[in-house]
Ligand binder design. Structure first.
Ligand SMILES: C[S@@+](CC[C@H](N)C(=O)[O-])C[C@H]1O[C@@H](n2cnc3c(N)ncnc32)[C@H](O)[C@@H]1O
Length: 227
């Protein structure tokens, strides 16, 4: 079974351990997120009838095939992440963060089946407030989720020479999904235009015909500081 702990480098997170006895702080943590609207929505989505593919995201496949410094991988809004499993299978420590305890439970089970539990830390947290330590991760990945405030701190959590991969809806998605909140969508040139100094953009490309709506993909590398 996974330890359900964030690495020591990260600030305290809400933790959840399925089927375990009550641990210190666990009851409070569970209650804190139990009524969170994102947790409620996504727990239903990942509930009965959902079949996780555990396919790694193409950005993760690409990033993990490239030059990377030593160090862990951070998967934000991971869901039941095939990307986290791929990184762990490559020998990386992985921190997967998600508001859905159901998603983390699915990832936990699959990691156990593949013998990867020891490499994956599952953090049950709201990304509206959870924040990673700066300059700590060889690869920071976030696909299918957008929050400007999170993007800025996520970029700063990339280690020197490391990669940042992101994919989110663009404003064009509003044409096909008018109900989508505009703040979930990237504006013109984003997210590359929001990168802090010291990043080189390797890829920023639109996927206009993607399902369920138009998305944009970014891969950027943080420069090594001058000696
Ligand atoms: C579209 S899914 C993307 C999952 C995965 N990254 C992928 O690419 O398949 C969005 C994910 O964001 C998570 N999420 C939504 N709101 C969140 C929040 N406030 N904090 C943390 N995770 C959240 C959901 O639980 C869900 O797993």
């Amino acid at each position: 079974m996974l330890s359900w702990q964030a690495p020591a480098a990260d600030p305290p997170a809400r933790r959840w351990e399925p089927g375990a006895a009550i641990l210190p702080g666990m009851r409070d943590a569970g209650q804190e997120l139990a009524g969170h609207p994102d947790a409620l929505r996504w727990n239903v989505r990942y509930g009965a009838g959902f079949a996780a593919s555990f396919a790694a995201h193409p950005l993760a496949v690409l990033a993990l095939s490239m030059r990377l410094p030593d160090g862990p991988v951070l998967d934000l809004a991971s869901g039941p992440s095939g990307s986290a499993l791929l990184a762990a299978a490559a020998g990386r420590r992985v921190t997967a963060v998600d508001v859905s305890d159901v998603a983390l439970g699915l990832l936990d089970e699959e990691a156990g089946r593949r013998g990867l539990s020891g490499l994956i830390s599952l953090v049950h947290a709201d990304l509206g407030t959870w924040r990673p330590q700066p300059a700590s991760y060889a690869l920071v990945l976030c696909t299918g989720y957008w929050d400007r405030g999170l993007f800025a701190v996520a970029a700063r959590s990339v280690a020197e020479g490391g990669l940042l991969g992101w994919e989110a809806f663009t404003a064009e998605a509003l044409r096909t999904r008018p109900g989508l909140p505009a703040e979930w969508c990237l504006g013109t040139g984003e997210p590359a235009t929001l990168l802090p100094a010291g990043f080189d953009v390797l890829i920023q490309s639109d996927l206009p015909d993607s399902q369920p709506a138009a998305r944009r993909r970014l891969l950027a590398r943080r420069r090594r500081f001058a000696a």
